[in-house]
Design a protein around this ligand. Structure first.
Ligand code: FMN
Length: 191
């Protein structure tokens, strides 16, 4: 088995300044770094993907941002996606990016079998759990991704982080640790 660090790509479903999902993404990244992974974050907003439009696709082809997403997924052993919840659903930022990915000829070939761990965050009590469950179904069904059973919804996320960016509640921090280690373990088995 290779001893090179496992490559983990972390994605937040919001690019908003001060986004809770970005804070949770960064907390997960810290844990993964501590576990020896080589981590990278992907800013979905920076992909510059327009709202999916079939006429635009015919006129201009699939935008370069979709290719960048495909290449980033292909270059990593596993993914972490943190979604906020908009009306019970994952954000358009996530869904639109993956919808564009699916329009590339080999878009779903790179995602198939790729381990992915899911987290969600919200100031509400349920922590975006409903959105995360829809995202699980979407990624499994349309992208054949290997969505790990352990997941975590962080409720009251506006109060969940300590000054150093880690989850303040020891139980929540232990759960996050478990999710990170689960996805790294799965990725190690598959490379
Ligand atoms: C259009 C919209 C719909 C929302 N729907 C929900 C919801 O269904 N459940 C929930 O817990 N929070 C909901 N929220 C509140 C978000 O959880 C909150 O704005 C959160 O901070 C967004 O994630 P972010 O901080 O990562 O940007 C909604 C917010 C917006 C803008």
């Amino acid at each position: 088995m290779s001893s090179a660090p496992l490559k983990l790509l972390l994605i937040a479903g919001s690019a908003r300044h001060g986004a809770l999902s970005v804070r949770l993404r960064d907390a997960a990244r810290r844990v993964a770094d501590g576990a020896g992974a080589a981590t990278e974050v992907l800013d979905l907003r920076a992909l510059g993907l327009p709202l999916y439009d079939g006429d635009l696709e015919v006129a201009q082809g699939v935008p370069a941002g979709a290719t960048a997403l495909r290449d980033a997924i292909a270059a990593h052993d596993a993914l972490f996606i943190v979604t906020p919840e908009y009306n019970g659903f994952p954000t358009p930022l996530v869904i639109n990016a993956f919808d564009w990915l699916s329009r590339l000829k080999d878009g779903t070939a790179v995602s198939a079998g790729k381990p992915v761990a899911l987290l969600s965050s919200s100031p509400g009590m349920l922590g975006g759990l409903r959105a995360m469950n829809f995202l699980r179904q979407y990624l499994q069904m349309a992208f054949q991704m290997l969505v790990l059973p352990p997941q975590q919804a962080v409720g009251r996320a506006n109060e969940a982080f300590a000054a150093d960016g880690a989850l303040a509640d020891p139980k929540a921090a232990a759960t996050l640790d478990g999710v990170v280690h689960a996805v790294l373990k799965e990725a190690a088995l598959r490379r």
